[in-house]
Design a protein around this ligand. Structure first.
Ligand code: DQA
Length: 152
């Protein structure tokens, strides 16, 4: 049953570079879903939770930063998979830090059990929470987390 009180909570999902190529990337790390199918799952989960959802994918840092700036006035929370930018983009880190709404970081793969360079997330500390390693389930866990957090 939809919780009418939280019906208008707005969540924005931002997928970073190369995630438009899901389905063609390493399936053992990223699963078999295409981005379209992943987005369908995210949408249906959000609907069950009574959340309004908008979803974007960008291959460039500038577009991600602009969207973060824009969403600070529109959304109640953000789920971001900064993809490779996770490991080195202080610009995205600063953008997350400056917006006052909660941001949750997600990864399909377990970044802590992969190459050395992936074990560092420069964005994690300015996010409220991080979900990783469960393929599409990481996004669904992030949705549930934000739902519970914002409902309080
Ligand atoms: C990723 C992990 C990153 O290291 C990688 O560059 C990606 C995807 C993930 O979802 O597991 O593109 O963020």
């Amino acid at each position: 049953m939809r919780d009418e009180k939280i019906k208008n909570i707005k969540i924005c999902v931002i997928h970073g570079p190369n995630l438009n190529m899901l389905g063609h990337r390493d399936k053992t790390q990223y699963g078999t879903l295409t981005l379209d199918k992943l987005n369908k799952k995210i949408r249906s989960n959000a609907e069950e939770l009574g959340l309004d959802i908008s979803i974007y994918q960008f291959n460039s840092e500038e577009k991600i930063i602009k969207m973060l700036h824009r969403q600070r006035k529109i959304s109640d929370g953000i789920i971001i998979n900064p993809a490779a930018f996770t490991h080195y983009s202080y610009a995205i880190r600063d953008a997350i830090e400056l917006i006052s709404i909660p941001v949750v970081e997600v990864h399909l793969s377990n970044i802590y059990e992969r190459e050395e360079f992936r074990r560092i997330s420069v964005t994690k500390d300015v996010c409220l929470e991080q979900f990783y390693g469960k393929k599409e389930e990481s996004y669904l866990e992030a949705l549930q987390f934000l739902h519970d957090h914002l409902k309080k």
